[in-house]
Write a protein that binds this ligand. Structure first.
Ligand SMILES: O=C(O)CCC(=O)C(=O)O
Length: 190
């Protein structure tokens, strides 16, 4: 359950793909609106397929075959993930070492700003530059759609081919969503 309010601040107002820091990232997510603020609290999705297809052929060729590191601690904090408990945090960090996935899957890009930290085959500054470009590119409005929720609405999406962004524009109101995530297998190469 995602229950956000001034007591539990929203933290999904960044383009992200669920849990890409594990070897077998989810294949889908389901979200249902249970309690909504009178205004705001929309969710946006962006298509990593459309974003990929809009890149030039030479740039797509350049990305093809590259791999990137995804790191759980890039976004999770000890407070958020382990309630500040050092031992629980150490365990979570130990159980989730950085993983490597292809930058492009069969259909689209597989990078996101909250977990993807580095393209392995490039120097750090090259990787920073390319990732910054791709994060900005994927967030272009022409690759995105935005849903205004009504209570009872259910959204179901492919987590490997999209990113999403939960607008945090409803405080001090409360918003409650129920979420389920469908685990997948290892991501295939290009
Ligand atoms: O609350 C939302 O609209 C989406 C939240 C979510 O599924 C997430 O960011 O992982």
């Amino acid at each position: 359950m995602l229950d956000t309010s001034p007591e539990n601040l929203p933290d999904s107002d960044a383009w992200n793909t669920d849990v890409t820091f594990i070897k077998t990232p989810p294949i889908g997510s389901v979200l249902m609106a249970r309690m909504l603020p009178p205004g705001g609290g929309d969710t946006s999705w962006s298509s990593n397929v459309t974003a990929h297809n809009a890149l030039s052929q030479p740039f797509r060729r350049f990305l093809h075959g590259l791999t990137a590191v995804h790191v759980s601690t890039h976004d999770f904090t000890k407070e958020q993930h382990a309630g500040g408990d050092q031992a629980k945090w150490n365990e979570a960090v130990k159980n989730n070492p950085p993983v490597v996935h292809p930058v492009t899957g069969k259909l689209g890009l597989f990078i996101n700003s909250i977990w993807t930290t580095r393209i392995v085959e490039l120097s750090k500054s090259e990787s920073d530059m390319v990732l910054r470009y791709l994060f900005t590119h994927c967030a272009k409005p022409e690759f995105t759609g935005r849903w205004k929720w009504s209570v009872g609405d259910v959204a179901f999406w492919d987590t490997r081919l999209t990113q999403h962004y939960a607008l945090a524009d409803y405080l001090p109101r409360r918003r409650i969503m129920h979420r389920a995530t469908i685990l997948g297998d290892e991501l295939g190469g290009p």
